[in-house]
Each structure stands twice: as structure tokens, then as C-alpha cells.
Design a protein. Sequence first.
Length: 351
Amino acid sequence: MATERLYGYLSSQSQVHRINTMIPAGASAWSKLTHYRAAGRQLADALAMYPEAPVIWTSISPETVGHFRDVGTVFPRLKGRRTIAVSHWGKFASVFENAATAWSARRLIPGLERVVFTTSVLSEACAAWIPQAQRQVIPNTLDAALIPGRAALDERIERGPGRPFQVLFLSNMIREKGWEDVLEAAALLKNDDTRFEWAFAGGWPRPSERPLFDAAVERLGVGDCVRYEGLLQKRSEIGERHLAADLFVLPSWLREAQPLSIMEAMAAGTPCVVADDGGMPDMIGAGGDSAAGLVVSARKPSALADAVRSLATPEAWHTAAVNARQQFEERFAPDVVDGAWDALITEVMRP
């Protein structure tokens, strides 16, 4: 979604030629090879058509297989071109640490004008292999339709947290995203003086995993305060859903770079509790005076429960809610991010 949004913005400013390197769902090994060979030919044709155009490579991979795909099919075509590579991964540094990919990854970097990271933490993690002059930090942003207006935001902040206190987990229902820890936290807070209600929204990677969620709800005895709302079918519903929540939680341990769900919550002035993992702490301004929430250790339901309880007090909630929208407007708003891309492209194109 972040790549699609960037494409939409750049297309409104300039002529953009897009080449899709995504593997079709369910593709066989042979069809994958055929797909990448075809994508390589499309890239060669496009580069020949636009010999002066910069290249924005939004799919550079930190995975072993993906890296060798890049080295074998994409990167050779980019020699001599002004290329901006974009890392959407929280574990991009691993490509330099992995013995299988370290040599080719380090040889790849001198051929790039810039490597864009979504947070400064992830940029610094690659400082040993990518010179500072080549590293750039530009966060993702959101479509305007996902950003609640000021009137709605002011109303919800003035109203304060609800009773019962509404906690939202909105993400793909992947176990590594931490939904089991959220259920454990719900059980720990079930008899708390503050009444909590917990909502889960998102799709399942496999239908067979939904019964695991239902079984955990029954085992923990939280059926009266937990509900599963399914996959939100319309993107326009996401901003409204975050406005209706009092707190957003994402205790993921997937080394995520910059989950859009956190950004969506901050745009709605919804405080966040995230795991100390990937780029998430930096997103909410952890450790600063204007943090948009709290950071907890991953896979620690008791720490998650304590953080939720702490942010349920009106004073703590109000401070974090105001900070959340302020952080969004200062760092992630569309005009801020678009301006950063404009400046980078202008600099890269300078003779």
C-alpha cells in the first residue's frame, strides 16, 4: 500500500513508468522464473525508452532468495542509472550479516545513489555497510481518506477515553503479530477496576488458524469482553475504526519497519502500545517527551497488560492522544513526506 501511494503521488507530478515484479499468487517455481525474466525485459525496455529518468526501486529485498533474485534479474539492468532503492523491511541489515549474501550485498551498494529507510533507527542499523551520504530517511504516509479531520479529532480528544475502555488490534491475524499476547493481556485485565473491551480486526492467512483464536478465547475465559470483527472491506472504514477505539495495540515481533496500522492510529489521535521491535518504537516517539504511547517487550503479555492499564487513565490517555496526532502531522503527514521525496529526486537528478 505504501508503494502504491508513492506511485500515485509521483504520477501526479511526473510521467512514471511502473514495472511490477510481484510474484503471482500460487506460482510454481518455473512460472516464477518466467515472471522475473519477463520483468527484466520490461525493465530493460523502459530504461531504453527513458534514458535520463531516475529509477526508484521499491522492492529491494533482505531475504536470501529475494536478494539473489535482485542480484540476478534487477540490479544488472540498473548499472549506470541513478537509482534510489527503498527498504520497507525492519530486518534489512540482515542481508549484510548473512554469510550467504554479505559479499554480494556489499557490492550492490556502490551502484545505488541512495537507500531510503522509513526510520532513522533502521538507517543507523546499516551504517556499517552504507555510507551516511547514501542513506536517506523518508517515512511512509497515508492517503487523505484515512486521515480523520480536525473536527472529529478534537471531539474525540475532548470526550476522552470511553468506559468500557476500547482496545483495538487491527492487523493481519498472523500469530507473530501478537494477537495471542493481546488475548493473554485481556485475561489478565478481566477483573481490573477499569472495564476493558477488546476488538480484533483483520484477515486470517489461512482459514485453519481461526479455530486457534476461538479456542484461546474460550480457554482464557474472555468471550464476554473480546470480539472478532473480521476483515475491514473498505479502506475508508479504517480511520473511523481507529477513532472509535481508545487504544491501539500491536505487540508484533516480525522486525517490522513501519506498519501503516500504527500510522493510521496516530492520525486518529489514538494512543499506541507497540513491541520493542523493528521500527515501531521510533514511530511513536518512544523515549521522547511527546511519545504517542508506550513500548513493551515482545511476547510479554503481563507487560502489555500493564501498559494498557497505564494508558487507560484519563490524564495519561489525553497526553498520548494529543501526542499521537502531533507526531503524525510533524513526521508522517502527506505534505511532509511528499516534500521529502521531491527534495530527494531533485538532488539525485542534479548534474
